[in-house]
Write a protein that binds this ligand. Structure first.
Ligand code: SF4
Length: 378
């Protein structure tokens, strides 16, 4: 379906929260609180069968009672009710929904088909664009939209961050907030029954509020569509892709979240003005900060790589440091219990292999004769 109705999803003028609640710490309560405190200027309409008021806002008992047709619905009801809620929304004319509910692919309806299959059918029948299910939701700070149950909001900025994994999303949010990094869009897209990476790249690639796009991918369901969208978006702005699941444990973690087996590999698209050492340092800073410390190669190696790259950027590193940097990356790769270690090592290995002259120039020397064969051995 590509970008059709994605404007209703990412730039809605009114929002309904289906399953809004006053129950402390429930998803429906957190979403409602986030919607009301995010600064969104359009109407926010809670829907709860008990009616009353949710966080002080008059609630409606069902979708049919809403006084206006919402551009966007945030659905956080039980799995069994999601298909009928979406059907009601479609009949009212809503064209976008964020479905936070998990477990739709595990439960079957009376006809033997999964609830997820019903959701896909309803999405197509009514042309409702669906983000999720099984996701944390999305934040668009530029319009004050926090349609998520994230534990905190994000700062406004020019980076669009898109990930499937909810756990990683919250980790990135913590890191970004503590380092004053802002976002144009912060999207957790979960199981991608409808809106996928390709659709999002198409939309964000031509959105002038987006300066760069960062994707954290567990699995791509339509590789041809994804590559076409990535190529088009990368013509307009930098696109950085981190691919999870390179080692077995990472692939298992990815499969348990999205239900799809991840492959391996990675793409980082940077424009030709980017200093490679600076890009490597940027990434290394993130990984050094986020390593949980459980495995020695990742815990120690990420910090050491960050230290060497910092010295390189400042013109204080030597040729020997660059060799140590390569050894560190090679030692981290595939020697850790989760894919994070490999994700940290791969950009350094790749940059050293493809752009050695940029690293050695920072040390004030040319690329040594013995470097290229050794570097390409990996
Ligand atoms: S590889 Fe994963 S588990 Fe090991 S220290 Fe790094 S983040 Fe922790």
């Amino acid at each position: 379906m590509s970008v059709r109705h994605l404007e209703a999803l990412f730039d809605p003028k009114s929002v309904a929260v289906i399953g809004a609640s006053n129950r402390a710490k429930s998803v429906g309560s957190v979403v409602m609180r986030n919607m009301l405190t995010g600064g969104f200027e359009g109407p926010v309409m809670p829907v709860n069968p008990r009616g009353g008021a949710i966080h002080g806002v008059l609630a409606y008992p069902d979708v049919n009672s809403l006084p206006v047709v919402p551009d966007l619905a945030v659905v956080c009801t039980s799995a069994q009710t999601v298909p009928s809620v979406l059907d009601d929304l479609g009949k009212r004319g809503t064209h976008a929904a964020v479905v936070l509910t998990a477990g739709l692919s595990l439960l079957t309806a009376e006809d033997g088909r999964t609830l997820q299959e019903h959701v896909v059918e309803i999405s197509r029948k009514h042309q409702i664009r669906i983000l999720g299910p099984n996701c944390i939701g999305m934040i668009v700070p530029g319009i004050g939209l926090n349609a998520s149950f994230a534990h905190k909001n994000c700062l406004p900025g020019k980076i669009a961050f898109v990930a499937q994994s909810g756990g990683l999303t919250t980790g990135v949010l913590d890191y970004a907030n503590s380092n004053d990094i802002g976002f144009s869009h912060f999207l957790s897209i979960g199981d991608m029954v409808d809106v996928d990476f390709g659709d999002i790249l198409d939309y964000l690639g031509s959105d002038p509020t987006v300066g760069s796009i960062m994707l954290y991918i567990e699995a791509v369901k339509d590789a041809r569509k994804f590559m076409s969208a990535a190529r088009a978006a990368a013509r307009n702005k930098p696109v950085l892709v981190v691919k999870a699941g390179r080692v077995a444990e990472g692939a298992r973690a990815a499969a348990s979240h999205t239900g799809s087996m991840a492959g391996s590999g990675g793409i980082i698209v940077l424009d030709d003005t980017t200093q490679i050492v600076d890009a490597a340092l940027n990434l290394a800073q993130f990984y050094a900060h986020e390593s949980c410390g459980q495995c020695t190669p990742c815990r120690e190696g990420c910090g050491w790589m960050y230290g060497i790259l910092t010295r390189l950027q400042q013109g204080e590193a030597t040729e020997a440091d660059i060799r140590v940097l390569r050894d560190l990356a090679n030692n981290i790769h595939s020697r850790t219990i989760c894919f994070f270690g490999a994700s940290a090592a791969m950009p350094v290995q790749s940059f050293l292999k493809k752009f050695p002259e940029e690293f050695f120039a920072r040390a004030g020397v040319g690329v040594p004769d013995d470097w290229r064969p050794a570097a390409s051995a990996k």
